[in-house]
Design a binder for this molecule. Structure first.
Ligand SMILES: NC(=O)C1=CN([C@@H]2O[C@H](COP(=O)(O)OP(=O)(O)OC[C@H]3O[C@@H](n4cnc5c(N)ncnc54)[C@H](O)[C@@H]3O)[C@@H](O)[C@H]2O)[C@@H](O)CC1
Ligand SMILES: [K+]
Length: 483
């Protein structure tokens, strides 16, 4: 059983929808599982009261009531107004109940009506008043319903759906147990739970989906610079395009992108969206460490490596930077070849390495297995060993921080085109600059870039460029946020 935070539950919810699992299916399974647990524990031919709120916890109650009504005598108490039933799936299940003659329905809006209730005829009370959407202490009329149910504690069996309504407030239903769904939630510590599966596929433990991007794209402020500042260090006598591509992706996601390049490379950049800084000479050398660190002071995260070359003096430079920088870092391309020799300097830093299979082999002397699960395990073992997050690029990207592993399957064959790796490095860097932990930044970056690539392919077929992918990032992001 895995233990999750409620935020993770919402991630599952959105990613399940991405896989085509509808909220209707989940609600049906949730309500049905509650009915099944009740019948297994207490038998049939019982008088059952189901107390429902107007949120989706109440929706689960409507479904449970229908399932239970086949063999039991069921009364549904809706606490609140019918018009306040919020979601489409809860409305649908409420409307079904209204068609039924064998389920009794009572709508109670006023606390006084609730206080007058006599529930002594019932064998079981099902509590579906409030669930994971609870904010603050229970308010009327829910509060009176909780108090009414608690009058029967010890006399009537009380089963809560998902959690005892009111929780975590002290004003909560005194349930015999709760039927909680699929994941055991970290926040739920002090009540008895039975965990029921509701049809979330196993993929959700591992698969990166749009929710990872939604939650990682956190914009904090209205002022320039509050929404991330990224520095990209790269380029050499031979290359200037790679760091520029990384920047051209990142600039859509953060407020400011600084580019630090050797002189000749810097003078070829012509993009007014970027803040270009240069160091003397054709390549980075240890003499440039000081001026690079001054720039690091101004930003939230850095990307190092694209097009930087592997000359001896450049290796010294890259090592010197990684050793000294305490901010989150993405190491890509030539940077990976360089740190293959100094992997021990990564420990304890918020750092993402973005190798493809060849670079992975170079880094760890190990071939990447074909099988996804095996691959996940290998990447996780290596991430743990070096104390950094690894994003292994491939048909399916595999990501691990050494504690868990994830995979991403957006992207397509067209993305073998040169430069998409730079776009990815810049995008992951941007998510780090927005304040995400390495694993979350890597996951969000992999999904977003692959999805942008998929949108480009729909438009142009497979013959596209990395720049096309970088330019598609805003549209890809918009579609994900609206999903
Ligand atoms: N993937 C999912 O998210 C699934 C959720 N399901 C159910 O949906 C529940 C969450 O549903 P919702 O997000 O609609 O939230 P809830 O049903 O927990 O409650 C939201 C409703 O209660 C009201 N409310 C919130 N705090 C209150 C307070 N302190 N006093 C009085 N009223 C208050 C809100 O105005 C809202 O109408 C879960 O607990 C679970 O039972 C299941 O259907 C299965 C799938
Ligand atoms: K509940």
């Amino acid at each position: 059983m895995i233990t999750m935070k409620i935020e993770d539950v919402y991630i599952w919810d959105i990613n399940a929808r991405w896989l085509g699992v509808t909220p209707y299916q989940l609600m049906e399974n949730a309500g049905a599982s509650v009915a099944r647990v009740i019948e297994e524990k207490f038998g049939k031919n019982l008088k059952i009261a189901v107390f429902c709120g107007t949120g989706n916890n109440g929706g689960d109650g409507f479904v449970a009531a229908r399932h239970l009504s086949y063999e039991n005598d069921v009364t549904v108490f809706l606490i609140g107004e019918e018009v306040k039933i919020r979601s489409e799936e809860a409305k649908l299940n409420w409307n079904i109940l209204k068609n039924l003659d064998f389920v009794k329905i009572k709508v109670l809006k006023d606390s006084s009506q609730i206080r007058e209730l006599d529930l002594s005829e019932f064998d079981i009370i099902v509590d579906a008043l409030l669930g994971a959407g609870t904010r603050g202490k229970p308010r009327e009329p829910i509060k009176s319903a909780i108090e009414k149910i608690n009058e029967y504690s010890g006399k009537v069996k009380i089963v809560s759906i998902d959690l005892p309504s009111g929780y975590p407030s002290e004003i909560r239903v005194k349930a015999d147990f709760a039927v909680t769904f699929q994941w055991d939630k970290e926040e739920f510590k002090d009540f008895k739970r039975i965990i029921a599966k509701i049809g979330y596929p196993k993929e959700l433990k591992y698969l990166v989906g749009p929710a990872h991007v939604k939650f990682a794209y956190k914009r904090k402020g209205e002022h320039k610079g509050q929404n991330g500042k990224l520095l990209i260090i790269g380029g050499s006598e031979n290359y200037y395009g790679a760091p520029v591509l990384a920047a051209s992706a990142a600039k859509h996601l953060v407020d400011l992108v600084f580019l630090l390049l050797p002189q000749n490379a810097a003078r070829r950049v012509n993009d007014p969206d970027l803040i270009v800084r240069e160091v003397d000479g054709l390549n980075f050398t240890p003499e440039h460490i000081k001026s690079a660190l001054e720039l690091v002071e101004k930003v939230d995260a850095i990307v190092i490596g694209p097009g930087i070359g592997v000359r001896e003096e450049t290796k010294e430079f890259v090592k010197g930077i990684i050793e000294r920088v305490e901010k989150p870092i993405v190491v890509d391309a030539d940077g990976l070849k360089i740190i293959a020799e100094f992997k021990d300097i990564l420990k304890g830093k918020e750092i993402v390495l973005t190798p493809h299979a060849g670079e992975f082999k170079l880094l760890f002397g190990e071939k990447v297995p074909e099988d996804l699960v095996e691959k996940g395990k290998v990447v996780m073992r290596r991430a743990k060993e070096i104390g950094a997050t690894i994003l292994l690029k491939g048909k399916y990207d595999v990501i691990s921080d050494g504690k868990v592993w994830l995979y991403n399957k957006t992207g397509n064959r067209g993305m073998t085109t040169g430069g998409t790796g730079d776009v990815l490095a810049g995008t992951v860097g941007a998510f780090l600059a927005l304040g995400n932990k390495a694993l979350k930044a890597a996951a969000a970056g992999a999904f977003l870039v692959g999805f942008a690539g998929d949108l480009v392919m729909e438009e142009k077929g497979e013959a596209f460029t990395a720049r096309d992918v970088a330019e598609k990032i805003p549209i890809a992001l918009k579609k994900i946020i609206e999903f």
